[in-house]
Structures are given as C-alpha cells and as structure tokens.
Ligand binder design. Sequence first.
Ligand code: ADP
Length: 274
Amino acid sequence: LRGGRPAREMPFGPGTLTRVIAVTSGKGGVGKSTVTANLAVALAARGLSVGLVDADVHGFSIPALLGLVAPDGTVPQPTRIDDLMLPPVAHGVKVISIGMFLQRGDGDGTLGAVAWRGPMLHRTVQQFLTDVFFGDLDVLLLDMPPGTGDIAISVGQLLPNADVLVITTPQSSASDVAIRSGTVARQTGQRVIGVIENMAAMLLPDGSVLELFGSGGGAAVANSLSNGDSPVELLGSIPLSTALRQDADAGVPAVLQHPDDPASTVILELAARI
Ligand code: ADP
C-alpha cells in the first residue's frame, strides 16, 4: 500500500457508471462474505465485468473463499504498474483484499492479523478504491465488515452513491442488529436495495424441514427498513447448505461447483435480478 502521497480521485463515487453494491450485516457469521463471493462470481458468469473490494479489513476472508490462498498460505499480490495496482482475478472477478499485503504468520501458514484503528482502516479502503486499477466495471461489490464501525462510516462518506444489500439470518439476534446497519447506511445517503436472508430452513433428505435459526428474520429486517415511499424487499432466502459451506472452504464458490444446489439457485436468481 501507498504511503504519504495525496489521495487519487475516486472512480466509483457519485456520477460513476459502475453499479456499486455494499453488502453489509449487523453481526459476523451470518454468511455475508460467502454470499458476496458467490454473488460476485454469479454476476461475472453472466458476462458482467465485476470487481470485489474486501472491505472487511479486520475479518477478511474473500481470498480464501475465491481460492486465492495457495496451500502454503501465500496469496497473490496485485501487480504494480507505477503507483497503480492490477488486482488478481479469481473466477472472473477482480479482487482486492488486505490479505494480499500481509506476511504469513510465523511458520503456521496463517496470514497475519490486522490491528488497526479508524484512520488506517479509512486509508486502506480509500486506496483499494482509488489505487487499484479495476478498469471499466459493470458492478463493484464491497464485502463490508459487520456492524456500524469505522469502515461502514468511511464507505458511507467515500461512496454515498452505493446501493446496500443487508444480510441477516432468520434469527432475531441477527435481524435486530442488521436493521441498525441498514439504518446507518441510509443516514449517509446510501440506498438500501434489499435484504437477503441466509441460513434459512433446509430440506433434509427424509423430507422434513430443519429451521436451525428459526424463521422470519429477513422479512422483519425488510419491514423495518421500509418506509412509505421506499419499500425494502426481501430479495431472497438462502437455505442452509452443506455444498455452499464446503465449496466456500474449497475456494470454488457453489454457484460454479454446484449450481443446482438450492442455495446456489437462490444466489443465481438474485444475480439475474439486481
Ligand atoms: P460472515 O461474512 O457474515 O462473517 P461467513 O461468510 O464467513 O460469514 O460465513 C460464516 C460461516 O457460515 C462459514 O463457515 C460459511 O461457510 C458458513 N455458511 C454461510 N452461509 C451458509 C449456508 N447458507 N449454509 C451453511 N453454511 C453457511
């Protein structure tokens, strides 16, 4: 990353021809990164030019989800051309993540940790958006950190034109905080374009239905974020899925590896709609 020099102009701010979509959630572990990675790949598979900014700087997971982590733990670095960076491409998606700039942990094969405060986080996200040469994109997705912390506020300032997708599980402990993330996004002028419920009911082989995390969270968030002239829709409900989880672990998103899986089907339909 770049030190000292003044910030370059923001190519994805107001007036951009690129559709900018920030994917957010109230809390971690609801599948935000998994859904974002699959959605990015599904959009690229439809022939769109797609960029993905891993804005979850503390909890980055996009390189692994897109198969960019080699067995020895190394992640490809962006190619540098003067002071611009060319992002690595994974499954048709141009990707930038802090994981590409960290050293591996001492011999344990894991990537280093990031313990930064607000100004460093702001600068990192700003550089991802200004110093990475994505070229002309149809869609830029941002995998946001959960909640309403420093990065959410920075992205709200840098990209007030962004559309926001809110991910929640069906459980009220996730949906209650997801509502807050959507509300904060809106306060910076961003438009909440919909809610995606993840880890919803799963059909078991014996025909019974497992509602591990209950039901209703997605609809509750959509209702709560709707107001008179701007309704917020529940865009899809992604079931719990072993394939989605296993393919994520293997670095080949389920929309490519198991497109007929019920979770993939919902994400592929979503990619056709947004
Ligand atoms: P977040 O980005 O919200 O922290 P992740 O995308 O890292 O969440 O997902 C958390 C865990 O849940 C991961 O192990 C992931 O593979 C798993 N997961 C996500 N969505 C599903 C799903 N629909 N079914 C089964 N496992 C899922």
